[in-house]
Design a binder for this molecule. Sequence first.
Ligand code: FCB
Length: 457
Amino acid sequence: MIDPKTLAARFPGDFLFGVATAAYQIEGSARADGRKQSIWDAFSKMPGRVHNGDSGDVACDHYNRLDEDLDLIKEMGVEAYRFSIAWPRIIPEGVGRINEKGLDFYDRLVDGCKARGIKTFATLYHWDLPLALMGDGGWAARSTAYAFQRYAKVVMARIGDRLDAVATFNEPWCSVWLSHLYGIHAPGERNMRAALAAMHHTNLAHGLAVEAIRHVTPNVPVGLVLNAHSVIAGSDSAGDKAAAERAFDFHNGAFFGPVFKGEYPKSLVSALGDKMPAVEDGDLAVINQKLDWWGLNYYTPMRVLDDARQGAEFPATQPAPFVNPEKTDIGWEIFPSAMTDLVVDLYDRYELPEMYITENGACYNTEVENGEVNDQPRLDYISDHLAAAADLISKGLPVKGYFAWSLMDNFEWAEGYSMRFGLVHVDYETQVRTVKKSGKWYTQLAAQFPKGNHRAG
Ligand code: FCB
């Protein structure tokens, strides 16, 4: 563990420390005040999809505990809150009728943050697509991109004046590949054509939303949150290195390429082009608009080997063994320097604006004992990754802030409630919140800012 003061001295005085959550993972009240179902409500009710049959019906009951949760953020002394907005609360059928009561909730949320001096970083899409849109094909349908643009407009018109930043999407990799190709997340598709359609329509929706946001609220910095993969070849062989490059194109280039360069990776197009949906004239220009910022969500590296089997589908790789045997309770390898290398590599490859680490954190299922949660391994994980973020700043990269995932334990998607990532423990029976050792340490760190450390950035 690194002493908070020593660590703080490595960051500029205006570096932002925050915490992050997402609507479906914490809010609960799945049917309150006109909210309709999302694809995650449906998916979590399908037998065998989510661990233990868990769902976000109640989650952390945040919808009813908004004020006490915002108090908690304030007490933790962090300066910024990254949350997401539930589309099915705002436009319950995805298109058509706007639900004022849904907007009221986020109105109270941003007012509550402002009243407590907490900066607001909103994400418009953290995976809870209105279920009704699946009738048209969900993200496989181009019309969903236009529905998203309208939703973005409606949200910004109502709460945009109190947002410090907005992101269109959280981790398109998950809502595209994990959801439409690997079948792990809602809607649980396993189909390359569907996945490529979701990829292009998500990218298009991002671009259309950027246009809408800039029109309605030109002063709100707009960005995109990507879980860029740190792709590392499992050996120095030419075959494995080429595999890593293909994997980069598939896992990162599919999103970074169109957004930051205005083109899909050539390798992807030549391998899969016949399965791609129509890319219409003008689409790439809409997608490739300069952003004010981007966010990186980083947890673990991706190690790959060549998959030389005949007929292996692009990118034709297989997982390589961990280099560090240490892993968190969800089974992810701990390797902080991969985050540093990844960011350096991305700034080499693309023209990127300034960035935030919008998610980083660790799963440890430590329980409460005598009123305390001694989650030392999480604390170590976070301090080591913050040190890696400080290394990036020393190298001159524009890293402006860090958001710990997560404020509190919550519904961890396909893992249900079995995997805990919070700085704050949640007892799901009683909804009692207990700040963990890592949360207390994070408070000490945040307390060094903005007063304690005014070294120029
Ligand atoms: C990220 C998600 C976030 C959370 C963490 C552990 O992929 O954005 O919602 O589930 O992983």
